[in-house]
Design a protein around this ligand. Structure first.
Ligand code: GLV
Ligand code: MN
Ligand code: MN
Length: 399
């Protein structure tokens, strides 16, 4: 039996119903939430119906297994706190459809997967970090989300489903389809991106601890205002980065908690994230030094204490040359003149998988380049074309 594009689209829309936000096609399905666990149980059922063996590991990574040795195809089904319907979900349902169609056709052997916490509620790519051996589960268990929940506590919610970790040797390689999450394919009128490299990322939490006080009576020169320190830090960091960064380097302060966060109180504490991404590991390291030096200088100048949290990250990763060639052949056959090789500025499980097996990735366009937002979307014709290209490459690589 060939691929069934309608079955693929129907399953993709069904997955969206778990945690549907009510705003456009958006979803709220963070790792280990009720919606995420319900979605994983539904996915396990769809795998079973397809004749694949559903298998949860201790992190809640869900595999749909076939045979003793197979190609693995998938992505993640958890979302950002305000996520789109395709980020991760697309690759998971593409993996399910390709594994299902291959099984119906009597081969080649393809298994599928939905990794857990790719969106970094607790770590960076927590599920594949642990499975690929980059991060010890004992260490990951101590990680907490921004609400103070620990990974150990949250993964206990799925403990009744969990088996042991699977050996990597069971899989011959990994393919992941994803929306681009940027503007490039749409701007250039292309339908498919064959990913060459995935950028590296670093993420750290910083706390400025000042003195909480009355906003009406505390003279400006006596204040130790944690927000003023954060604001000055951001300005100085941007200026110091100017001589170090490349055009594709990005950095973000995306999470800030001010304490006590009240308009009549001089803020006593500012806790925030700093995240930076680049394809060059040396530049990532240089940026880390600048962040630490700047935070310390600003703290001294503002009379506040600074605490630098541990730095988490993923190294830049090249996709396997043979897998790229197979994806390029499939793109040229099914979308001649409408595809391009390109790097990924977003992080993906394929970066971790590339450390333990050959890995490849395929992109389809994102409308308006929007992602990590409720209004993320892609034309369904582009989703189906991506599925067909991925399937052609998967059959060649698995067979
Ligand atoms: C993954 O979602 C990322 O932040 O790139
Ligand atoms: Mn993703
Ligand atoms: Mn994402």
């Amino acid at each position: 039996m060939p691929l069934d594009p309608q079955r693929f689209l129907d399953d993709l829309h069904k997955l969206r119903s778990f945690g549907a936000s009510g705003v456009g096609k958006g979803v709220v399905r963070q790792a280990y939430s009720d919606a995420d666990i319900a979605a994983r149980k539904w996915l396990a059922g769809r795998m079973q119906e397809a004749g694949l063996e559903p298998y949860f590991d201790p992190l809640g990574n869900l595999f749909g297994l076939t045979g003793e040795n197979s190609l693995l195809v998938g992505s993640h089904s958890d979302s950002q706190p305000e996520g789109g319907w395709l980020d991760g979900a697309l690759g998971v349902i593409a993996g399910l459809e390709i594994a299902r169609a291959a099984r119906e056709a009597g081969g080649p052997p393809v298994s599928c997967v939905s990794f857990q916490d790719e969106e970094g509620r607790f770590g960076v790519l927590t599920g594949s970090d642990v499975w690929t051996g980059k991060l010890a589960i004992e260490e990951a268990d101590g990680f907490s989300d921004t609400q103070g929940n620990t990974l150990a506590g949250m993964r206990a919610r799925m403990a009744d489903l969990a088996g042991d970790f699977l050996p990597h040797g069971r899989f011959s390689g990994f393919l992941e389809m994803h929306i681009e999450q940027g503007p490039y394919l749409e701007e250039t009128g292309l339908a498919i991106g064959v990913v060459t490299d995935i950028v590296g990322i670093r993420d750290m939490r910083i706390t400025f601890e000042g003195r909480q006080n009355h906003a009406g009576t505390t003279p400006m020169h006596l204040r130790r205002d944690a927000f003023q320190a954060l604001s000055a830090f951001n300005t100085m960091l941007n200026s110091r980065f100017e001589n170090v960064v490349a055009p594709a380097t990005v950095w973000t302060i995306g999470h800030v908690v001010l304490h006590p966060n009240a308009s009549s109180v001089v803020p006593g504490r500012a806790e925030f994230s700093v995240q930076w991404r680049d394809a060059d590991a040396g530049r990532l390291a240089r940026m880390e030094e600048i962040i630490a030096e700047t935070a310390q200088e600003i703290a001294a100048g503002h009379g506040v204490a600074v605490q630098l949290g541990p730095v988490m990250g993923i190294e830049p990763a090249a996709m396997d040359a043979g897998f790229q060639a197979e994806l390029a052949e499939a793109a040229q056959a099914l979308a001649p003149g409408k595809w391009q090789r390109m790097p990924s500025g977003a992080l993906h499980d394929a970066a971790n998988l590339a450390t333990v097996m050959p890995a490849g990735m395929l992109f389809v366009p994102s409308i308006g380049g929007i992602s990590h937002a409720f209004d993320e979307d892609t034309d369904e014709a582009d989703l189906v074309l991506g599925l067909q290209v991925l399937d052609r490459a998967a059959r060649a690589l698995a067979g």
